[in-house]
Design a protein around this ligand. Sequence first.
Ligand code: FMN
Length: 201
Amino acid sequence: MFYEPSKGHGLPHDPFKAIVSPRPIGWISTLSKEGALNLAPYSFFNAFSSNPHLVWFSSEGPKDSATFAAETNEFVANLVGRDLAERMNRSAVNAPRGVSEFGYAGLTPAPSRLVAPPRVAEAPAALECKVTEIFRPKGLDGNDAGVFVVIGEVVGVHIDEAFLAQGLFDTVKAGNVARLGYMDYSTVDAVFSMRRPRWKD
Ligand SMILES: Cc1cc2nc3c(=O)[nH]c(=O)nc-3n(C[C@H](O)[C@H](O)[C@H](O)COP(=O)(O)O)c2cc1C
């Protein structure tokens, strides 16, 4: 089949997110300018530069995470391990501004080192980030797409040492949870390795 998204897909559910998958989940903790604590998952999230370490998340509409990040210029991107999937999902509740999803989801805020928003103590890893840019992308029609892309530089990295083996982060042990399409998720339960070819070999 072929379809043009602007004209509809004719399927029972939109396959777009199932095709662009798996997507890592940035579990974003932020503080508002008044000090209200917030936590929410974002699967429009990824790293896109290693030097400096840059990550982004995208809010479809002005949700609290993007609003708070804009107010205070800081956020933490926490990693969702397999044991945390259900609590991550609870934290997606549309709680009113000022109500912390940490308590609602049964999670513990732990102090960050270099930014004010706390991290999720239970997370296998967490990236402390300072906002470098927030931009409002346009569609082909030139109209504002209604999304807020928050970019941050990673200034501190926490790793729970239970997930370090011979100096390597153990992705299978952490079971990194990713978002697929529909109501589906995946977890890392197997890895394989490949060496990149070099022309002279
Ligand atoms: C796994 C998962 C991924 C999500 N990814 C996004 C996303 O990338 N962008 C977005 O706007 N909402 C996303 N959502 C929905 C938000 O988490 C939800 O609207 C939440 O209430 C926003 O909270 P906030 O207003 O505290 O930021 C996602 C929800 C789940 C469960």
